[in-house]
Every structure is written in C-alpha cells, then in structure tokens.
Design a protein around this ligand. Structure first.
Ligand code: FAD
Length: 414
C-alpha cells in the first residue's frame, strides 16, 4: 500500500495545491498526489482574477509581490475590454484596492508557470507528495476509501479516511462516487492558442472579451501575456455546439482572419503554440459537493463561473473552504456524508449568489440588441462606466444587472 492516511488530496492544480497550502498553515499532515510531473501545462485562458489574488493574499502576501516582480512569467492586468456583438467596445478598469494601489488587481500567467509557482509553495514537511501517480478507481471500504492508483505504470493501492478530489474536469471521484455526468447546457468547450505580436493590446494589459454573434453566450478572447505574447481562444456552450453543429476551431480561426475588429491586429501575429482544447464544467446549477469520505473542490465540483469562465479563483476559494473545515471533521472523527454536508452549505453560502447571477447574465447576453445597447450607453456616460467598474468587486452592485428596472433606467437615460 502506497499510503494509509487521514487526509489525501488528488490533483495538485490550483484547487489541490491551495487545499494543501491551507492545511499546512494549520499544521495538518496529508498526502497529495498528481498524475503529472510538475511543471505541467493546463489548457486555459491564463487569466488570474482578483479572487485568486485575494486567496493568495490570505496564504502569504509576499507571494503576490513575488509574482509582480517576476515579469517574465506574470503580467499585471488592470482591467477588461468588453466588445459587444456589433463590435463596439468599452474598457473598464478593475477597481483598485485603495489601501494597496500599487498592487495589480489581476494577473495573466501561462498555467505552466502559475501552477508550478503554487505547487512549489507546498510544504513538504507536512505534505507527502506523489507525482506521476494517477487515481484510476475509488471504492468505499468501511469508514475509508480505497484508491486504486498507477505510479509509473505500476498498479498500487492506498487508503484514506477523507479524500479531497481536485482532479479537475473529468474527475474520477465526481464520476464514480458522486455520479456526475457531463451536462451540455452547463458545460463550455474551450480552445486556446498562444500568439506573439498581436497588435494594439491595451497599455495596462486589459483582458479582452469579444462577444461575437457566433459564440454567444460564450466569447472569443485575447489575454495579453509577458514577452509580447497573448493567449487567444474561444469558449462556446456545448449544447449550442451540438444543436447548431458548430466547428469551434473554424469559428476561432475565422474570427482571426475575417472579423473586422480583430483581423487587422493579427496581420503580423504568429501562432507559436497550436490550438488545444479542454472543457469547462460550469456552476450554473447546484451539484452535491460531498459524500461519505470525500469533498469535491474546483472543477471536480463544477464550480466555474458561467458568465466569465473564471475557474481558477473559484477552485482556490472552494479549496480554502474545504481546508478550513477539515480540522472540525478530524476532531469529530466524522467523515460521513451527513457531517461533510457542511462543506456544501458553506461553498454555496459563499459562492452561490455570484454563480447564479452569472448564470442569469449568461442568458441575458444572448439578447444581442440589449447587449449592444448597454455597451453603447456605458460608452456615452462616465458615471455608468464607474458603476460597471465597481461591479467586478461589488456583488450587490452587480446584482443590479438582474433587475429590469436597471435596463429601463438605461433606456430612459436616467
Ligand atoms: C480553454 C479554457 C480557458 C479557461 N480560461 C480561464 C481563465 O482565463 N481564468 C480562469 O480563472 N479560469 C479559466 N478556465 C478554467 C480553469 O482552467 C479551471 O477552472 C481550473 O484549472 C480549475 O482548477 P482545478 O485545480 O480544479 O483543476 P485543474 O487545473 O484541471 O487541475 C487538476 C489536476 O489534477 C490532476 N489529475 C487529473 N486527473 C487525475 C487523476 N485521475 N489522478 C491524479 N491526478 C489527476 C491533473 O494533472 C491536474 O494537475 C479555463 C478553462 C479552459 C478549458
């Protein structure tokens, strides 16, 4: 048996590494395994939101300074450009933390670098790390789980009383124990490629979301990266791909070659890493996030924001919640489904208002004329620009987007 432990984490991406870091902070010994060797890549847009910065701040504020100083791997980002289906754009700065105005509100970093950064912070005096170790199957045995693993091609078993499942989309634990299946209306297919020399990127590295007709409610994106590179990609709802028989790769390339607001910017650009794809399990509906002896964190629990596609921050935030509850489960010696339900309750308590609001926005952006109209109005009104800028940090303010009254006021220019 490879290990017999109280707490094991499977997956060392943002969710798994964050769970390990918060457990280490509380001095709780655990095992963490990953099927990959680090550094390893992960297909992503590479955007690190304010939520990521917030969780890192809690872990160790010095790490943010390290990121900001490492200009070869981390680019600070100060806002977002929204482009409406009719091509009209608005630039909205992220609201800056007033007490730390010099600290970037967000970053963009290739996942091969960011995930390695986080992984490198794992405290090996508290966490036992096994890489190239893949979970193949999981079974319940008494008050524990038996993990069937392969390590460098060799079959092994291990035992844990609590398993934190952080293996991302296609989680073995979510499928085998929680009965998850991919649900197309709640799932984006995403593609990304790396380019260099894309023209006219924002001087403050704003990320760009282009809501092209053919992608709605998804979008085409350009996220600037260090070294004059950019992450360019597209995300489209899987149910739309099936229903409308879309070729998502063609849509991405066609936007680059033909879209009037995009093509000029790619005239001298060069693809430096081919187009690659992966799925985004969205938190559009509530799923069970735990059961006897396991917790699902990050993509394993389908917690990606249905409007923005942001999953790294939510993965880290859910892992933080899990790791903060674990001492209580340990103390009570109770890893039953009934006891672990507290985790579901806390995740949805903290995250559901944002996820459900994003699910509503995802529906609203399908209404093209409304989207075009809102962008036009914001562009012509500095006060509205300020209101929308605050919406990134202020959920109550963002909730106004749900209200028909808000749109009526816009319409009447009040
Ligand atoms: C195209 C695309 C663009 C995206 N853009 C953004 C963006 O710009 N910003 C953002 O915030 N989010 C974005 N996301 C979402 C984001 O990538 C995920 O939400 C995030 O990676 C989730 O982190 P995680 O730790 O839960 O899972 P992952 O990052 O997937 O990590 C899972 C880890 O588990 C390991 N693993 C998997 N299976 C096993 C197994 N059986 N045994 C052992 N180990 C295993 C893997 O090797 C990996 O290290 C994007 C996603 C896609 C697909």
């Amino acid at each position: 048996m490879l290990f017999d432990t109280d707490i094991a984490i499977v997956g060392a991406g943002p969710a798994g590494s964050t769970a390990s870091l918060f457990l280490a902070k509380q001095n709780i010994a655990h095992v963490i395994i990953d099927k990959a060797e680090f550094p390893r890549d992960k297909i992503c847009g590479d955007g690190l939101s304010g939520k990521v910065v917030g969780v890192l701040e809690e872990l160790n504020p010095k790490w943010i300074e390290e990121m900001q100083a490492d200009e070869a791997h981390f680019l600070d980002s100060w806002g977002v450009r929204f482009v409406a289906p009719n091509g009209e754009a608005i630039d909205l700065p992220f609201r800056i933390n007033q007490s730390l105005p010099e600290r970037a509100p967000g970053f963009i970093s290739k996942r091969i670098h960011f995930d390695q950064f986080l992984f490198s912070k794992i405290d090996h005096s508290i966490a036992k790390v096994f890489l190239r170790t893949e979970l193949k199957k999981v079974e319940r045995e008494g008050q524990a789980l038996i993990l069937h693993l392969t390590q460098n091609g060799k079959a092994l078993t291990a035992r844990t009383r609590l398993l934190v499942a952080a293996e991302g989309d296609r989680s073995v634990v979510a499928r085998q124990l929680a009965g998850y299946r991919m649900q197309r209306p709640y799932y984006y297919a995403g593609l990304r490629a790396y380019y260099e020399n894309v023209a006219d990127l924002h001087p403050q590295n704003f990320i760009e979301l282009h809501f092209l007709e053919e992608c709605l409610p998804g979008y085409f994106w350009i996220f600037p990266l260090p070294n004059n590179q950019a992450n360019v990609g597209v995300g489209i709802l899987s149910s739309d791909i099936k229903k409308r028989k879309l070729n998502i790769k063609k849509i991405m390339l066609s936007a680059i070659e033909n879209n009037p607001t995009i093509k000029e910017r790619f005239k001298n650009a060069r693809m430096i890493d081919p187009i690659k794809g992966w799925g985004l399990p969205l938190g559009t509906v509530k799923h069970p996030l735990s059961g006897d002896n396991y917790l699902l964190v990050g993509d394993a629990g389908s917690l990606i924001d249905p409007f923005t596609g942001e999953g790294i921050g939510n993965a880290m935030f859910s892992a933080r919640i899990a790791a903060r509850l674990i001492p209580q489960f340990l103390e009570a010696g109770d890893f039953s489904a009934r006891a672990l339900k507290r985790y579901d309750a806390e995740v949805y308590d903290r995250m559901w208002s944002e996820l459900s609001l994003s699910a509503t926005l995802q529906k609203l952006v399908r209404i093209r004329w409304l989207f075009n109209f809102v962008i036009k109005r914001i562009n012509s009104n500095p006060h509205l620009q300020e209101t929308f800028s605050t919406m990134f940090n202020d959920l109550d303010n963002r909730a106004k987007l749900r209200s028909p009254l808000f749109y009526l006021r816009l319409l009447l220019n009040l």
